[in-house]
Design a protein around this ligand. Structure first.
Ligand code: AMP
Ligand code: MN
Ligand code: MN
Ligand code: MN
Length: 287
């Protein structure tokens, strides 16, 4: 049986990826993706370009974003799929979620300056494609370019995570608000890469139950952020909580991302793919 090659999570230079929406569409198609979504952080400014490029290449498209949420003292990411990109409340919610990023970046640069790294704000800005979306990833690229660290992962470990000089705690959207913006815009909300969080079992249970209570319906099972053991663990969680299952590479950049577009294993057959619920929201390319 042929399973659909769906890749429902990746980033363009409108958030913290390095490729344009058009280049990503071409790369997705070249790697065999059949249903694609661009899910920039807190931003849907690339949706029209991604959709137009995908449909012109014969690639089916569904709208996407990845919303930053604060939950139980950690940052959690909620992917939204298949929403109406013109929905006013969703657009306002995303704008509000983006709004603190510039000031946070200035504070991050101050922390780095105290650790002896000067000019990080201006340096990070050189990598930014969207002035409303300065991310830690842009700082990481600057610190690799200037030779402070060998790769972006070590920048996060040494400078950009809790307890390190460039880390600034930030209040993102509330879980219930993010889910509501997506659902009320006609979309499906998805818990992104649950294996990345450092929750206790009780906190993780609370995340899933509250997410579902707010109207969330899906979880990423196959993601570039999960190990093989986590693929199994969250397949079990999808069944236990009655959630639809999603699949997405979380591709950011050819040099940095460990998982290529369209290259993940298929979802285990006993799960219900999120694209079954998305069917009416998929924009189909002409055959
Ligand atoms: P921000 O939204 O500014 O907090 O940045 C979060 C982004 O940083 C994530 O979406 C990832 O792209 C990236 N990121 C987080 N942790 C790591 C890590 N350990 N190594 C590389 N990139 C990371
Ligand atoms: Mn990212
Ligand atoms: Mn994420
Ligand atoms: Mn992502």
């Amino acid at each position: 049986m042929h399973l659909l090659n769906a890749d429902l999570h990746c980033h363009s230079n409108i958030s913290d990826g390095t490729l344009t929406p058009e280049a990503l569409a071409a790369r997705a198609q070249a790697h065999g993706v059949e249903l694609w979504s661009l899910t920039d952080h807190d931003e849907i400014g690339g949706q029209q370009r991604a959709r137009d490029a995908a449909l012109a290449l014969g690639l089916d498209y569904v709208t996407g974003t990845e919303i930053s949420v604060s939950f139980a003292g950690q940052t959690v990411h909620i992917v939204g799929l298949g929403f109406d990109a013109d929905d006013a409340a969703l657009r306002q919610g995303l704008a509000a979620t983006r709004s603190g990023r510039r000031e946070r970046a200035q504070q991050m640069a101050e922390g780095l300056a105290q650790a002896g790294i000067r000019g990080a704000f201006e340096g990070a800005l050189r990598y930014v494609g969207n002035p409303e979306l300065i991310s830690r990833t842009h700082f990481a690229r600057f610190l690799v370019e200037t030779g402070v660290c060998a790769d972006t992962h070590s920048v996060f470990r040494r400078y950009l995570t809790e307890g390190h000089p460039g880390y600034v705690p930030h209040a993102w959207a509330r879980l219930g608000d993010a889910v509501r913006w997506i659902v009320e815009a006609g979309g499906v909300a998805v818990v992104a890469h649950p294996g990345r969080y450092r929750f206790s079992p009780t906190e993780e249970y609370a995340l899933f139950t509250e997410f579902i209570a707010h109207g969330g319906r899906a979880v990423e099972v196959m993601t570039g952020s999960h190990s093989a053991a986590e693929h199994i663990r969250y397949a079990e969680a999808a069944l236990e909580f009655g959630l639809l299952a999603s699949r997405g590479s979380d591709f950011h950049s050819p040099g940095e991302s460990r998982t290529e577009l369209g290259a993940l294993p298929d979802l285990p057959g006993r799960l219900t793919p999120v694209w079954e619920a998305l069917a009416p929201r998929i924009q189909r390319a002409a055959a």
